[in-house]
Design a protein around this ligand. Structure first.
Ligand code: GLV
Length: 326
């Protein structure tokens, strides 16, 4: 009688798409958290204990305590481009591969970033709330809901990776002047391609009508934009964060918005999601969305499929496309 080797077990920690589960099911025994409740640290450890691979989201903390329990683990495949939920150094030490999903979400995230920029500048959600509240009494008034122009304004981008570049591309259609700061300056050809010019971070903060942060979160970028940086911005300027909560000091931002030290903010990410600082809700000069930067069906499908492909490669002796271990 022919015997088949047991399939390796994988844990899918959050709901994905049926196509993604099907793609993995011929190869692996799957423990699937289809109910989509965020697993507690204890439940995550328990369910991953005998797994060779984990496909997870930024809601799962893959830390030392987790790794110590899951000794058979070979790969952690994050369904996200950011991977600050994973202790990569600890994974590397234990020979656990870590993968992410870059590239497939750049345009979608750039679209949402631009949507937040436009909504905040033109007071879209504030106007809608006002209308819904029954406050629209005069059909037209010259000074009703005056906002800021987007066209011909100066856009400052801090963090000029793939998503920053996709945003710069959109800005050209609005005749914006784009200045950027990045740890490494882009080469001249790329600067020319996106029509962007390099400046110091302070100059970007001081001289932009819109400041966008687009850097990964790490100890080095924690509160990259705090009270001191916000104080450099113009009182008419708007700050946009679609990168990660923690890159901006939310308490400092709230103080600045209350005091009208800057004109507004558009935020898709917050410190301590989903329990963000409730003071944001009291402010009219903010546009708030619940971490939906990459949330279109096709992009979320592409992210989950890429994560599944990375996981499969890592467990079948191939090199995953998007390994982030050094
Ligand atoms: C989402 O926030 C991601 O990092 O992909």
């Amino acid at each position: 009688m022919q015997t088949h080797p047991a399939k390796a077990k994988i844990l899918i920690t959050r709901q994905v798409f049926p196509e993604v589960v099907n793609f993995l099911s011929s190869e692996f025994e799957i423990d699937y958290n289809e109910g989509d409740d965020v697993l507690t640290a204890g439940a995550l450890r328990e369910r991953a204990r005998d797994a060779a691979g984990v496909m997870c989201c930024l809601t799962e903390k893959i830390d030392l305590a987790f790794l110590e329990q899951c000794v058979g683990l070979k790969v952690v495949s994050n369904i996200a481009v950011g991977y600050n939920n994973i202790d990569v150094a600890a994974c590397t030490l234990r020979g656990v591969k870590v993968t992410n999903t870059p590239g497939v979400l750049d345009d979608t995230t750039a679209d949402l970033t631009f949507a937040l920029l436009m909504a905040t500048a033109r007071r879209v959600t504030e106007s809608e709330a006002w209308l819904r509240a029954g406050d629209w009494k005069k059909s037209f008034a010259l000074q009703q809901m005056l906002g800021a122009d987007i066209h011909h304004a100066t856009l400052g981008i801090i963090g000029m990776g793939r998503i920053g570049q996709a945003i710069a591309k959109r800005a050209t259609g609005f005749d914006m002047t784009v200045r950027y700061f990045n740890r490494t300056r882009l080469d001249a050809a790329t600067e020319a391609k996106y029509n962007v010019s390099y400046a110091t971070q302070d100059a970007v903060l001081r001289e932009s009508d819109f400041v966008l942060v687009m850097v990964p979160y790490s100890a080095a970028t924690h509160h990259l934009i705090g009270a001191k940086e916000i104080a450099m911005m113009q009182p008419t300027a708007i700050l946009i964060n679609t990168a990660r909560g923690g890159v901006v000091d939310d308490a400092a931002l709230i103080d600045a918005l209350k005091a009208r030290k800057i004109a507004g903010a558009g935020l898709d990410v917050f410190e301590n999601e989903p329990l963000f600082n409730p003071e944001f809700l009291q402010l009219r000069n903010v546009t708030l969305t619940p971490h939906i930067g990459s949330a279109t069906r096709s992009t979320r499908m592409a992210m989950a499929m890429l994560a599944a492909t990375n996981l499969k490669a890592a467990l079948t002796g191939k090199t995953p496309l998007n390994c982030v271990n050094p």
